[in-house]
Write a protein that binds this ligand. Structure first.
Ligand code: G4P
Ligand code: NA
Ligand code: NA
Length: 190
């Protein structure tokens, strides 16, 4: 997606060799016109897949996911993150370990909002090691629903996430794929 890549080049800030800061349009301030375009592209990519619900995780996945849900004319559900949780039987619960943040989150979704028969499009802002997307996919499986695919705004292709999701059998569509952030410069993958 050219508009997204342009935005990354113009406004992205590389931290170390691994992290791309995009607070100016995705993670703190949000560019609604760009989100609108992102929603269009995901909706087009998954137009034939019978998506009944879009699923993301709070907080930064919500903006691209809600625009995608709008264009597909389906609801958006966002998983909630909790540090610790007393188990409740009205919630699907999965653990997601973040290598980036070195912490484990418990993520939850109400059983009221995803069920058997749903075809779920998982959307997230970043793909690093894939742990968040895999946890969301496990929640979909718990619900007896199907994963229609996984839509990622920015994939860090030098980390293991894409491979993990492909090996798990999921279709992955990333709108910008970053091959390297070495020496402070952003190189895109083809
Ligand atoms: P993974 O799901 O692919 O395994 O990713 P990981 O746990 O390592 O990522 C943890 C958090 O850090 C996620 O945000 C993720 O979006 C974010 N993240 C990972 N790499 C980058 C990066 O290079 N740049 C930016 N800007 N974010 C990155 P989160 O903790 O869920 O926070 P929130 O932003 O959704 O509130
Ligand atoms: Na994030
Ligand atoms: Na996210």
């Amino acid at each position: 997606m050219e508009a997204l890549k342009r935005k990354i080049v113009e406004e992205g800030v590389v931290l170390g060799n691994q992290v791309l800061k995009v607070d100016s349009f995705l993670n703190h301030r949000i560019d609604p016109v760009l989100m609108d375009g992102i929603g269009d592209v995901f909706a087009r990519l998954f137009a034939e897949d019978g998506v009944t619900v879009v699923l993301t995780i709070e907080s930064s996945g919500i903006a691209p996911a809600v625009m995608t849900a709008l264009k597909l004319n389906v609801p958006l559900v966002f998983a909630r993150k909790r540090k610790s949780l007393t188990l409740r039987d009205d919630l699907y619960t999965e653990k997601a370990y973040s290598f980036t943040k070195q912490e484990e989150n418990e993520i939850t979704v109400s059983k009221s909002y995803i069920g058997p028969g749903d075809r779920v499009l998982v959307v997230d802002d970043f793909l690093a090691n894939g742990q968040a997307s895999l946890a969301l996919a496990r929640i979909v499986e718990q619900a007896g629903a199907r994963v229609a695919g996984i839509g990622i705004v920015i994939e860090k292709s030098f980390q293991s996430g894409r491979q993990a999701l492909i090996e798990a059998g999921y279709r992955v569509e990333s709108l910008a794929r970053i091959a390297s952030l070495e020496d402070g410069s952003i190189r895109f993958a083809e």
